[in-house]
Design a protein around this ligand. Structure first.
Ligand code: G4P
Length: 537
């Protein structure tokens, strides 16, 4: 790794790192992620009109290669990246699919960000997907900012929401804004970070009106929100100034404390404050764990990893696009880099970034950036590029699928194509592929039914392979290990029909039900059952 003096000699990279923020907005579907994303882009000048994100206009420009199934179903399957500048900060916003069937894609995207903004619906509070997303953030100690949305509706009491979020998501909170009323009575929020009052003007397209206050005893408060709400606000602020004290940015950046904001994305209320505070407190590109230690963003040598592969469904172009997160050094167009898994040198003549609403070929990229690389089948999720060193980035999770189907080949003449298709699609992370132990039954595991449709459609359209997908009665696949290889061998011998290998040859136990799984765990204490695996362990 590079000594500190080297970094001083390389102020260019430090300046590039310091002006970047790479993050994702995550939420349970319908909480307001798309709306908030759109408002951020409006502030960043990346789009000019509201509604553009929703109608996929942006995405079409930014990634262009939409899957037919996405168009037909009108759902967003893929993760895209949008980069824009706000003041002097370069923001890389990694979009995540909202549909829960594609949650695995979201989890992987979270490995490529340095922080997240979590949107919670003030009416619904913490929901199922919110919990799972937070679990993934916690695995990596990702810093989280919470945005409670839809304050223009009659939602839960904000104190109850604080309790609910803290206990259900198991994270400390620190309010940086506080709502005054809600629903029809929503008056605005008090910005605790800058000590400002923001007045809500319903039905106004433009943002809130700022009211500067000397302090909370300023009679301007009564004038604007009335005596009842002024008194209430003073009482509330008094209460949590005692409870929370000063905001501890270090604990936020360590992923232990989440600042919380309130607003209404659709009304563009509280969004600018969120964005401006985000720029001030969110972490710059961070160091990352690799198989040989730690990579610092300031390391002179380039390194990065592929966290997503996006298929190009245009049948004339089999190319895929690999999304590479730059982790250290400088990425340069046409320079040879080392593809660690394939042990070969590769270069890219048309790498692109996702600036504003167009794809731009770039000459170079810096830590925190995401680069799109045309790929003809050389990449899989987790692949690492370096300037010659042999290491992999770790911590990219794979979770147990929830639905399993056997692949039945309907056209034996196309067996080769089918095999190639299965390998390539699962390299992209669309689904997981298992092979029954000792046999050759191929099993696909997914999180939702929709993914099977995507696979069947793509096998037919891209590989001319016809398959039937036959449901199997499994409920989870657990990776199994043991300190005692003999015990593992015995276990496999007694349960051959429940054992499979994943694509990397790791052993997996396929459980029919929770009961079966618990029974096996109790009967086989020497076997460890893991609910998730890591790419590049
Ligand atoms: P998602 O990406 O998290 O799934 O949520 P999205 O932004 O699509 O928002 C879900 C619904 O919530 C949308 O309504 C959106 O207009 C609405 N919404 C977002 N922010 C607010 C808010 O601050 N207040 C209120 N009251 N509603 C909000 P929809 O009816 O599903 O779609 P649309 O017809 O409005 O486009």
């Amino acid at each position: 790794m590079q000594p500190a003096t080297e970094i001083k000699k390389n102020p260019k990279i430090l300046a590039e790192i310091n002006r970047r923020r790479t993050f994702a907005i995550i939420s349970h579907p319908d909480a307001g992620k798309t709306t908030l994303t759109e408002k951020f882009l409006l502030f960043g000048g990346a789009i000019q009109t509201a509604g553009a994100v929703k109608s996929n206009k942006i995405k079409k420009h930014a990634t262009s290669d939409f899957m037919e199934i996405e168009r037909q179903r009108g759902i967003s399957v893929s993760t895209s990246v949008l980069s824009f500048e706000y003041h002097d900060t370069l923001i890389n916003l990694l979009d995540t699919p909202g549909h829960k069937d594609f949650a695995e894609d979201t989890y992987r995207t979270l490995t490529a960000v340095d922080s997240v903004v979590l949107v919670i619906d003030s009416v619904k509070g913490v929901e199922e997907q919110t919990r799972r997303l937070m679990e993934v953030c916690r695995m990596r100690d990702t810093p989280v900012i919470v945005f409670v949305n839809k304050l223009d509706r009659d939602g839960k009491n904000p104190f109850d929401l604080l309790d609910e979020i803290e206990s259900e998501l198991n994270i400390g909170l620190h309010p940086l804004s506080w709502p005054i009323g809600m629903g029809k009575e929503f008056k605005g929020v008090y910005n605790l970070f800058d000590k400002e009052l923001l007045l809500f003007k319903p039905n106004q397209k433009v943002t809130a009106e700022d009211v500067p206050l000397k302090d909370l005893n300023d009679p301007v408060l009564e004038k604007n929100i009335g005596e009842k709400y002024a008194d209430q606000l003073r009482e509330d602020v008094d209460l949590f100034e005692g409870v929370y004290g000063d905001f501890d940015r270090g604990r936020y950046q360590d992923g232990k404390l989440a600042p919380i904001f309130f607003g209404s994305a659709i009304n563009n209320f509280g969004v600018k404050e969120l964005l401006e505070t985000f720029i001030r407190i969110a972490p710059v590109p961070q160091k990352r764990k690799v198989t040989t230690g730690i990579v610092e963003p300031t390391d002179k040598k380039f390194s990065g990893f592929v966290f997503k592969i996006h298929a190009n469904l245009d049948p004339r172009h089999r190319d895929r696009i690999a999304f590479l997160r730059v982790c250290s050094g400088e990425f340069e167009r046409n320079k040879y880099f080392h593809h660690v898994r394939l042990n070969k040198d590769v270069r890219f003549s048309n790498p692109y970034t996702f600036l504003a609403s167009q794809k731009d070929v770039i000459e170079n990229a810096w830590p925190g950036d995401v680069v799109g690389l045309y790929d003809s089948g050389n990449f899989k999720i987790g692949d690492t590029l370096t300037e010659g060193e042999d290491f992999y980035f770790t911590g990219i999770p794979t979770f147990s699928p929830e639905i399993f189907k056997e692949v039945v080949n309907k056209d034996p003449m196309k067996t080769k194509q089918l095999e190639k298709g299965l390998v390539q699609l699962t390299d992209e992370g669309v689904a997981q592929l298992f092979t029954q132990f000792g046999g050759n039954k191929k099993i696909i595991g997914c999180v939702g039914e929709l993914q099977f449709e995507v696979i069947q459609y793509r096998l037919k359209n891209e590989y001319s392979a016809s398959v039937e997908l036959v449901a199997l009665p499994y409920y989870k696949a657990c990776w199994i290990t043991s300190r005692d290889p003999k015990k593992l061998d015995e276990f496999i011998k007694f349960k051959p029909s429940n054992i499979a290998e994943d694509k990397d040859g790791h052993l997996v136990y396929m459980a029919q039900s929770e009961w079966f799984l618990n029974t096996e765990r109790t009967n086989n204490p020497e076997i460890e059952f893991h609910f998730f695996n890591e790419v590049n362990k």
